[in-house]
Design a protein around this ligand. Sequence first.
Ligand SMILES: O=C(O)CCC(=O)C(=O)O
Ligand SMILES: [Mn+2]
Length: 181
Amino acid sequence: MADSLFRQLLENIDWSKDKVKLFGKIYITEREVAWYADDDLSYTYSGEKKVPKAWSAELLNLKHTIEEATGETFNACLLNLYHSGNEGMGWHSDDEPELGYEPVIASLSLGAKRKFAFKHKHDQLKYSLELEHGSLLLMKGRTQHDWKHALPKSKKVGLPRINLTFRKILVLKAPFKKSQS
Ligand SMILES: O=C(O)CCC(=O)C(=O)O
Ligand SMILES: [Mn+2]
């Protein structure tokens, strides 16, 4: 299943390079991304507002499989394509307000095996694991509060990898106003 998913996603996803804002400057990444979600949801990260595409049947099926496996529900998916170990992702937490107080993120890895690293925000703790082809990592609870994570670059990896992070965006509404009656 992982083999055929990797091939299908590589071919069928509408990939494009990402724009990342760092210290006020915009960089275009080699890594390619795609952002899919329920209609009417938008999401801002690295100072850029992302407008999602509508779910394909293939991605919606996959979302249901991941929901069954985790017992969680999701309404958005960010896909990343790393062409080789020369591409990675720097230290960050997925803690944007749209993701709510304790974000639940299911991360599916396909293709090249890559190291995934965590470092604690307030002490010296570090942790890392290998994300293998077909593996699912569930981040929840205080993970985004207390830890940063990264996908370090690696000269040893020559093959591509696709990562899908299924997320739940909470629609933020204006504060409730008490009626004057
Ligand atoms: O590629 C990965 O495994 C992680 C990607 C990630 O951290 C993200 O999309 O926020
Ligand atoms: Mn992340």
